[in-house]
Design a protein around this ligand. Structure first.
Ligand code: HSE
Length: 436
């Protein structure tokens, strides 16, 4: 049986998972591939810390270039994360004609427009299944399984940390900070957890997903982004009363030849599949024009689930090597030379339903004042809840709306928040309840 060498750069959690999974399923992988994968070298800046897996010392190096420059290693696995030197290492590997497998979402979201064309020029693969949704085969689904579809919409729960926090706040009434610490301890929060809770990690993943779904280039900064830090326990309770659960959703909607791309906390009907994706699980609800709804669910992070996705790419590249083919599936759905810039719809122009939580003094006329401003701005109220605390005291007034335009909502809230009888800035959460 033929051997195919692989080299690993980065022996952190996922890197260790790659070593473990190869040990665990070496024979099964060899049977499926018809060749043996041999882990020839592993590079990490720290090769002394025990990783819970036995590794022959001769395999370890602190110099990644021993792998990149090794002519006998055709597949490089980059699992070090971060921008540099990961970007340089990947570009060097591409220049040497090596296939690259990476889980580096931040790098691909930021430098994808440099890395993918370089790889296509060199006719090498960039495998990045592990970069979005951990073990979930979302990349293959968009690039291959749904290739004949116009993608009408994608709704994704793409960050396990946020989903874990929102689940624990909803089901166990826990405080935000306490649950964030738990997520950090469990090891799925980013090194800098603001990447998770401010939605930046989701934006990285969304940029990758958009480029595959629409075969277009995407600028990360053009994706509308709100994290979960403003969600209070009272919003979660009101959501429940209204029949919703709150999730941090990444939403892409095709509108003619333009796309709405937004990430924000969203109220969704509590019976919907996405509302029932809890703990640190990720999920994708995709609607293709031919396929109709497709739902993918699984672990969005973690050592072995992510290593599973890494291996799907290693095996793909190894199969290409065995057949002597490259470029059969374009790296980002369509040829890099055919990719144009995505047309994103400005956030001001989107239309959706809204939940508002006003913090107002319980005075005569307050409701009519607020509803008057909403009416002037073409915003129609669907429901209103006020929990009385006593005349003259601050109370939460909750309203949901029919579909309204974001621009009008912003203008109305600006005016409402300036009213003397309104105490704090209004909390706004978008509602999506017309899901397939
Ligand atoms: N911090 C990420 C999450 C890890 O919580 O989902 C996986 O990308």
């Amino acid at each position: 049986m033929k051997n195919i060498n692989i080299g690993l750069i980065g022996l952190g959690t996922i890197g260790t998972g790659v070593v473990k999974l190869l040990r665990q399923n070496e024979e099964l992988i060899a049977q499926k591939l018809g060749a043996k994968l041999v882990l020839k070298k592993i590079a990490d800046i720290n090769i002394t810390t025990p990783r819970g897996v036995k590794i022959n010392k001769n395999l370890l190096t602190t110099n990644a270039r021993e792998i990149i420059n090794d002519k006998d290693i055709p597949i490089i696995i980059e699992l070090m994360g971060g921008y540099e030197p990961a970007r340089t290492f990947i570009l060097e590997a591409i220049a040497r004609g090596k296939h690259v497998v990476t889980a580096n979402k931040a790098l691909l979201a930021t430098y994808g427009n440099e890395i993918f064309p370089a790889a296509q020029m060199q006719a090498v693969d960039i495998g990045f299944e592990a970069s979005v949704g951990g073990t979930i085969p979302i990349i293959k689904t968009l690039k291959e399984s749904l290739a004949a579809n116009k993608i009408n919409s994608i709704m994704g729960i793409m960050n396990g940390t946020c989903n874990f926090i929102l689940t624990k706040m909803t089901d166990e009434g826990k405080m935000f900070d306490v649950v964030l610490k738990e997520a950090q301890k469990l090891g799925f929060a980013e090194a800098d957890p603001t990447f998770d809770i401010e939605g930046i990690d989701t934006a990285h993943k969304m940029a990758i997903i958009l480029s595959l779904a629409y075969g277009k280039k995407v600028n990360l900064k053009d994706i509308y982004l709100e994290g979960i830090t403003k969600i209070g326990r009272e919003d979660i309770a009101f959501a429940r009363e209204l029949g919703y659960r709150i999730k941090l959703l990444a939403i892409a909607m095709l509108k003619n030849d333009a796309v709405e791309a937004r990430i924000h906390p969203t109220m969704i009907p509590s019976g919907h599949l996405l509302a029932n994706v809890n703990q640190n699980y990720n999920a994708f609800h995709i609607v293709g024009d031919a396929s109709g709804p497709v739902f993918l669910f699984g672990q969005g992070a973690g050592m072995m689930p992510t290593a599973s996705a890494v291996f799907s790419d290693i095996i793909d590249s190894a199969r290409n090597i065995l057949k002597g083919v490259t470029g059969r599936v374009p790296l980002r759905s369509i040829s890099e030379t055919a990719m144009t810039q995505i047309k994103l719809i400005p956030m001001d122009n989107i239309e959706t339903k809204y939940y508002f939580r006003f913090s107002a003094l319980d005075h005569p006329g307050v409701l009519s004042k607020i509803s008057g401003i909403l009416g002037e701005n073409n915003i129609s109220i669907a429901t209103c809840i006020q929990k009385a605390r006593g005349e003259g005291l601050a109370v939460p007034i909750v309203m949901t709306t029919y579909k309204a335009q974001e621009k009008n909502v912003r203008r109305a809230l600006k005016k409402i928040d300036k009213l003397d009888m309104v105490q704090d800035n209004t909390i706004l959460i978008r509602i999506e309840d017309e899901l397939n």
